[in-house]
Design a protein around this ligand. Structure first.
Ligand SMILES: Nc1nc2c(c(=O)[nH]1)N[C@H]1C(S)=C(S)[C@@H](COP(=O)(O)O)O[C@H]1N2
Ligand SMILES: [Mo]
Length: 253
């Protein structure tokens, strides 16, 4: 057993034992010591959120992949959650076929940059058929093509103090991933769904697809990505617009 593995096992055993024997607060303290605290750790669900996140991170190895399906598994119907922004500047970009739309990436990076849709389409792509599960109880399987977020992060040069990658959308929603999911090979900046340009309702021109987490983390209608070491200064400080509506920040599956 490698050193990291035995260390992970030790922390995990400690966490679970502490949660059972001496209560959640002790387990939360252990999680804190190892930096496994999600941004929405305050409030009534906070200790539960910390335990879920910390346990998942310790149980899952860094390269574990979400299941990928075959073409015959693609669902004939893909439901939608979150209607397209029917207001400016989104409507103008849509009418122009996103010709002047740009994705800006800045924050804790060596080379802040903006990418047009054509720029992104010229970068190496990955196509994957994965399951999107909404916490409301429906799900579907679809094929997504896009540039791996990790590729773009390497282009802009993430600084060592980075802890989160934050996604901002035209509809004012935002969300963030820790660096584990940001570097994950299946986390895509997707511009195509089932072989077509991303349909308006599914997030045109660009969405993030995070198959290792519930659907709400796969934010649509992206405008801007920021790499940061803290999310306390964004929105209500919980790393996402979703916890304001009772969702957790971490939606691992
Ligand atoms: N910008 C934005 N992204 C979003 C949403 C939204 O309302 N706005 N809804 C989320 C939710 S709750 C889910 S389940 C998925 C659904 O993706 P789909 O509408 O393409 O099926 O998108 C997520 N991304
Ligand atoms: Mo959802």
């Amino acid at each position: 057993m490698s050193d990291t593995l035995s260390r992970r096992k030790l922390i995990k055993t400690g966490l679970v034992a502490a949660a059972g024997a001496s209560g959640l607060a002790v387990a939360a303290r252990i999680a804190s010591r190892y930096g496994l605290i999600p941004p929405d750790h305050r409030g009534i669900y906070g200790i539960g959120e910390t335990l879920t996140y910390a346990t998942q991170r310790l149980l899952t190895s860094h390269d574990s992949l979400a299941r990928e399906f075959s073409r015959s598994d693609i669902s004939s119907i893909a439901p939608v959650n979150g209607e397209p922004p029917e207001y400016e500047p989104y409507l103008r970009h849509f009418a122009e076929g996103f010709a002047s739309w740009q994705l800006t990436i800045d924050g804790l990076v060596a080379h802040p940059a903006s990418f047009s849709l054509e720029d992104l389409k010229r970068l190496p792509s990955r196509t994957q058929i994965t399951h999107l599960a909404c916490e409301e109880g429906w799900s579907y399987i679809a094929q997504w093509t896009g540039v791996p977020l990790s590729y773009v992060l390497n282009l802009v040069g993430v600084l060592p103090q980075a802890k989160y990658v934050v996604f901002f959308a035209f509809d004012k929603k935002f969300d963030s991933l820790d660096m584990f999911d940001a570097w994950h090979p299946q986390t895509l900046l997707a511009y195509s769904m089932n072989g077509q340009d991303l349909p308006k309702r599914h997030g045109a021109p660009l969405r993030v697809r995070v198959p290792r987490q519930l659907g709400f983390k796969s934010k649509k209608y992206l405008t801007h990505i920021e790499v940061t070491d803290k999310v306390t200064n964004i929105g209500s400080g919980q790393g996402s617009s979703s916890p304001d509506k009772g969702y957790s920040w971490y939606g691992g599956i």
